[in-house]
Design a protein around this ligand. Sequence first.
Ligand code: HEM
Length: 222
Amino acid sequence: MSTAAATHYVSPDAIQRYSFHERVMHWLNALAYTYCLATGLAFYTPHLFWLAVMLGGAPTSRFWHPILGIGFFIAMIWMHVVWRRDMEITETDKRFLSNVEDYATNRDDRVPPQEKYNGGQKLYYWLMYYGTFLLLFSGLFLWFPEYIAFSLAWVRHLMIVLHEIAALITIGGFIVHVYMSVFLVPGSTAAMIHGYVSRAWARTHHRLWYIRMTGGDPVGKE
Ligand code: HEM
């Protein structure tokens, strides 16, 4: 493990969770999604139109929303190339998901040890991955109505509904993701900023990954 770059932020024996590459990829993805979310909500209801006003006005938001949407799609594909193996659903994840109330109610002794990501994190990943395709597919119809299904109003209406359903599904996942990683699991946000977690964090939340990274150090150091 290279700790030289981490010593300014964390203890020297911290474990690297995210490389610089992964952090840039994640935050570009988050930026593109958040922009599309804010402008999309402004188009959805007049109550949230102020979001478009704050982001430069309605024409600016309408211009950039689909372009940042393509940016989000590209960032998601990038994420898929880098993380898809880590995100494969295993038997442990199925057990985690079928007993997720133990995790939610802090009955930690009943939660099976987790790899680098737990079943819930993986589920979020796949939800965003497939959601991105749905958003792109339906979004293209709304972006170029004069070229795609021009004479078929029902297709355009269907695509509007599909775009909204896909957006609502990803928004649900996004809210849980931000809440969990920023507020519920302290240390996660720092990991996505400087890349490192303490041994105690890794041992507590992702014990199988911790064992893999440290060779099974049973005590660990802070
Ligand atoms: C501003 C919005 C966002 C914030 C504050 C945020 C925060 C974080 C944090 C702190 C982690 C580290 C969690 C850990 O290591 O356990 C993380 C991981 C991750 N983020 Fe985000 N994120 C945001 C948006 C997004 C978006 C839009 C995606 C779209 C796919 C995404 C996908 C992921 C994935 C797949 C992981 C790894 C697995 C997981 O922790 O769920 N994030 N995020």
